[in-house]
Design a protein around this ligand. Structure first.
Ligand SMILES: *Cc1c(COP(=O)(O)O)cnc(C)c1O
Length: 472
């Protein structure tokens, strides 16, 4: 063993051997040096563990290709593109919505140039950054006024802080939701200084539950979208028109946290029971908040629309400054909203809506093309079958609704589904899929047509890596 250590090349020898490599030369030299040292330490450990038992494995021309792969893989940017083959369209862990092309272009324009971000071109004086999207939001939703903050969590917080700090907000026990990642209505409420007044039971809340709770301390009535769960069976919720009527009788604002919120009616897709923002505004909610990057399909943002008197108070809240959106978000949001001026255009151009409304034929055809690419890339080793399965909207929208489609089941001889899943996290780009009943599945719904070949390449890379590991 000790003689093997002496066969390890030096850092200097390795750097010299890598000298002519363009990919490596493009990297910062100190970083390459550190990674070479790391790699040599791994080799020493392999010698100690008897994973390397022969000096041939340490020859420069054997070591350098492995080393190069190591250096390139460890020096990649941390924030990376991934291929989403999970079938979850608004996947919070994978960055939620993809922007439509005009929105991507608007972002590039906004960050590469100066702009009228807070400059009024009509007067030549200071302007408001919200002016760019307020009118279009009002035109689309029918609201009197609008405001955009950093995300919907911030929107809920600032609505409560502005309209109900130090006062009670009445919410049904059936709507005290936790959205993954620590957003819980009771906690946001308490941080905002509003006092939660829960009414009703988990499964049933009546109009008189709200009415009995109304008193001198009441600041608002609130409804929260039960985004990621459903109470089914013996249930009752109080409708927005009923709450509106109570609000009018007692002079209280009605706040609605719509969660995902959609501007495009998905009733035609069989996604029933999900009101559009337009309907919620028409039914008289005073302030409504929803996310920019869930079903709307735009950038991360929290959108607040509603009655001018309330929205104006929220705008003037000093906390608003700490939640403001940047120019890239503004540009992307305006470009996305413009697509909603024609609903057919929105459905065609906005990736999130396009994926939700994809037809069975188009999904089948994509699955076939993916299967072909896999067979072409992996040959005999791969067994590919198409089968019926389900995708999800995600992002806490339509939790109980499965979108039917065609899945591609993949088996590669000698490789388990778990091994394949793990190896795919280290391909370039990485690919995230799912395993159902022990079967490795790719859902083509969330892969763009142009990504099918990349997905097949990723599987080939993963299979190659696993096989080389076996041999070593
Ligand atoms: C998603 C969601 C939020 C949080 O929205 P973000 O945009 O993630 O901040 C708040 N309330 C409900 C009901 C939600 O579904």
């Amino acid at each position: 063993m000790s003689t093997l250590f002496r066969h390890l090349p030096s850092v200097g020898q390795i750097l010299e051997a890598l000298g002519g490599d363009g990919d490596i030369a493009a990297l910062p030299r100190p970083l390459v040096k550190d990674l070479v040292n790391e790699f040599l330490e791994i080799c020493r450990e392999e010698i100690r563990q008897n994973a390397i038992v022969h000096e041939d494995a340490l020859a420069l021309n054997t070591l350098v290709p492995r080393l190069k792969a190591y250096v390139l893989s460890r020096s990649r940017p941390h924030f990376r593109r991934v291929l989403n083959a999970t079938g979850v369209i608004v996947h919070t862990n994978l960055g939620r919505s993809l922007l439509a092309k005009p929105a991507i272009e608007a972002v590039a324009e906004a960050c590469g140039h100066y702009s009228n971000c807070e400059f009024d071109l009509a007067t030549g004086k200071r302007g408001s950054r919200y002016s760019h999207v307020e009118k279009i939001l009002c035109d689309i939703t029918g609201a009197e006024a609008a405001l955009v903050v950093n995300n919907n969590a911030a929107a809920v917080f600032i609505m409560l802080e502005t309209l109900a700090r130090g006062r009670e907000v009445i919410v049904s026990r059936g709507q005290l939701v936790e959205i993954g990642g620590s957003f819980r209505i009771p906690d946001v409420m308490s941080k905002s200084g509003a006092v939660l007044r829960e009414v009703g039971a988990t499964n049933r809340t009546h109009r008189h539950d709200y009415e009995h709770a109304i008193g001198d301390e009441t600041g608002a009535l609130m409804r929260v979208h039960t985004s990621n769960f459903r109470v089914v069976g013996f249930t009752k919720e109080v409708s927005l028109p009923e709450l509106r009527e109570l609000g009018d009788r007692y002079g209280l604002p009605v706040i609605e946290d719509l969660g995902s919120g959609t501007l495009y009616s998905l009733a035609g897709e069989g996604l029933l029971g999900e009101p559009t923002v337009q309907q919620v505004v028409a039914q008289g909610a005073d302030v409504v908040s929803f996310s920019g990057d869930k079903v709307l399909g735009g950038p991360q943002a929290g959108i607040i629309v509603g009655r001018r008197e309330y929205v104006d108070r929220i705008k003037k809240n000093p906390i608003n400054r700490a939640m403001r959106i940047d120019k890239m978000t503004l540009a992307a949001l305006e470009a996305t909203l413009r697509l909603y001026l024609d609903m057919d255009t929105a459905r065609r151009e906005i990736p999130t809506l396009r994926m939700i409304t994809a037809t069975q034929e188009s999904l089948r055809s994509k699955a076939r093309r993916l299967a072909d690419a896999l067979r072409a890339g992996l040959g005999e080793a791969v067994e590919v079958t198409l089968r019926k399965g389900f995708s999800r909207v995600g992002g806490g929208a339509f939790p109980e609704y499965d979108l039917p489609g065609t899945m591609v089941a993949v088996r590669i001889s000698g490789i388990s589904a778990d091994e394949l899943r793990d190896a795919l996290l280290d391909t370039d780009p990485p690919l995230v899929a799912r395993i159902e009943d022990g079967v490795f599945l790719l859902d083509p719904r969330t892969l763009a047509s142009k990504e099918l070949k990349l997905a097949a390449d990723a599987l080939r890379q993963a299979a190659d890596t696993l096989k080389t590991k076996d041999r070593r």
